[in-house]
Design a protein around this ligand. Sequence first.
Ligand SMILES: [Ca+2]
Length: 125
Amino acid sequence: MKKSLTRTTAALATVAAATAVLTPAEAATTAAWDCPADAYGCLWDGYHGTGDRYVVRATGGYLLPAGYKDKISSMRAVRARKIILYNWHADKAAYVPIYEVFGPNGVGANVLPHENTADRIVVQV
Ligand SMILES: [Ca+2]
């Protein structure tokens, strides 16, 4: 009985050590508002620059990729002068601007109250 308990304790210690090693790397890749310095900006599916990140690397106006359409909740302009998000309004048959942020190296913002609606982006430099 005592020997079995010792083995269990040793196994738990191994798990704890592995977790301790992994945690700093996870934290580094999910730092809030982290966006590459050479990108025009970043969009996130979570609030406060967290969650799945879309790195903006093209200027002009274009549709968001399928995985990011209707999912953006926060955004930040890094090299761009301005990034504008648009939502499609079927009744107007048009994309309507819903939120904008300013750079270069701007602070991030939550896309309130229009989170999870953006379909299109315009990036101005
Ligand atoms: Ca939409």
